[in-house]
Design a protein around this ligand. Structure first.
Ligand SMILES: Cc1cc2nc3c(=O)[nH]c(=O)nc-3n(C[C@H](O)[C@H](O)[C@H](O)COP(=O)(O)OP(=O)(O)OC[C@H]3O[C@@H](n4cnc5c(N)ncnc54)[C@H](O)[C@@H]3O)c2cc1C
Length: 380
């Protein structure tokens, strides 16, 4: 009897759910769990989010992937983003906006990559992704600013189902709504998951996951992006990824942002790799878009991808060796767009024991621990 009283007293003081990491993934999980009435506490060590991945991202959302689950998560991202002002309205801040630019994505492939892309298109079609595929020679008819030299095929959307958002505003909207629904965000660095007293613990520590869970192969991978100015501005340009060089770019206000194909594990700091611009990025841009010959570099920054070294795919679900620990990580450059689908999916798993909408079982922790690779080739 005494021990029963003791146990219920203990439960009263124990947290219901603790999320470690208040980035875009943590904020989304906090929102979806709070909506289901769970009492959520988020521990975030740096509420300025200076080095977190999401504020340094390009804000892109797309459905052009190889794996079906990534395509479906991309489709849900679009639905969620377009309904966001209503879904995330709060009494304090009204209807949030996230500055959506639905210019689409255009992905370019050379001869060697074309076969894999034709396979991916079968999955696009099974998922009703609404993507269009054309031979490279036809590209200039639709995108007159492009040179198709050395390309075999291209895939794009032109129905406002892909594009980009402002990552800060997206995060703030999720966080504010989670707080209105009762979630508490607290400044705290978690050194070890054992120090947390909660019925359910969710690790959403981004590229630092491996510091908390040493068996999870997710580590920081530094990526640099440059800001450039060009006399010819093409505001309707989609987010374009040239898979033949790995360079990607999109308009940003009156300028453009372009990402380097180079990346670094074990980078000691987030200093941009400035040499990449002249050595790699500018030549690739000028080859693909002749107007970019006249570019001027105006700035740049670097951020960490939350890279899953096993296969560049997400790791989501319950840790099989810990009774109350779940995790969501390893998004390898697509965590911002996957945040709504992952928040919803993990909430389903925690509250009902299984996935109810998109089946995310393929991202399970077991897959990673038993090293079953499920490669997502489209890392941009
Ligand atoms: C240059 C660049 C471009 C990108 N472009 C895109 C894009 O276009 N589209 C897209 O979808 N994604 C993009 N990404 C990837 C995206 O930013 C990440 O996948 C996403 O931010 C991961 O979200 P997260 O919440 O897991 O990690 P984060 O955003 O890094 O948040 C993790 C948080 O956990 C906190 N934390 C970590 N450890 C602890 C601890 N022990 N205790 C307390 N707090 C802790 C950190 O302080 C951090 O705030 C890009 C990334 C970069 C760097």
């Amino acid at each position: 009897m005494r021990s029963m009283i003791y146990f219920s007293e203990l439960k009263r003081f124990m947290n219901d759910v603790v999320i470690v990491g208040g980035g875009i993934i943590g904020a989304s999980i906090a929102y979806f769990l709070s909506k289901e009435g769970r009492k959520v506490r988020v521990f975030e060590r740096d509420p300025t989010y200076k080095n977190a991945s999401f504020p340094l991202s390009l804000g892109g959302f797309r459905r052009q992937f190889f794996q079906k689950e990534n395509i479906l998560l991309g489709k849900f991202a679009k639905e969620f983003i377009f309904q966001l002002p209503d879904l995330l309205e709060t009494k304090k801040n009204g209807k949030p906006t996230v500055s959506v630019v639905p210019n689409g994505y255009l992905l370019l492939f050379d001869n060697e990559q074309a076969e894999e892309q034709y396979e991916a298109l079968k999955n696009h079609s099974l998922c009703n992704a609404g993507t269009k595929n054309i031979k490279a020679e036809e590209l200039p008819k639709i995108f007159p600013w492009i040179s198709s030299e050395g390309l075999e095929t291209a895939t794009y959307t032109d129905s406002k189902v892909e594009g980009w958002v402002d990552p800060h505003m997206f995060h703030a909207a999720l966080k504010n709504k989670a707080i209105e629904l009762g979630a508490i965000f607290e400044k705290k660095e978690v050194k070890n998951l054992n120090e947390i007293e909660a019925e359910t613990i969710v690790s959403a520590a981004g590229c630092w996951t491996n510091k908390l869970l040493s068996d999870i192969p997710v580590v920081p991978q530094k990526h640099t992006v440059f800001r450039v100015k060009c006399p010819k501005h093409i505001p309707e340009m989609p987010l374009t990824g040239d898979l033949s060089t790995g360079v990607y770019w999109r308009p940003e206000g009156k300028e453009y942002i372009a990402g380097s194909p180079n990346s670094k594990f074990d980078a000691p700091n987030l200093e941009p790799e400035w040499n990449d611009f002249e050595e790699l990025v500018w030549p690739a841009l000028a080859k693909r878009v002749p107007a970019f010959e006249e570019l001027k570099l105006t700035g740049g920054w670097a951020g960490y991808y939350d890279t899953n070294k096993l296969d560049n795919n997400a790791i989501v679900g319950k840790h099989p060796k810990m009774s109350n620990v779940y995790l969501a990580t390893g998004f390898t450059g697509r965590g911002l767009m996957q945040a709504p689908g992952i928040g919803r999916g993990l909430t389903e798993l925690i509250t009902t024991g299984s996935y109810q909408s998109i089946d995310l079982t393929c991202f399970s922790v077991d897959r990673v621990l038993s090293e079953q690779k499920r490669k997502e080739p489209y890392v941009l």
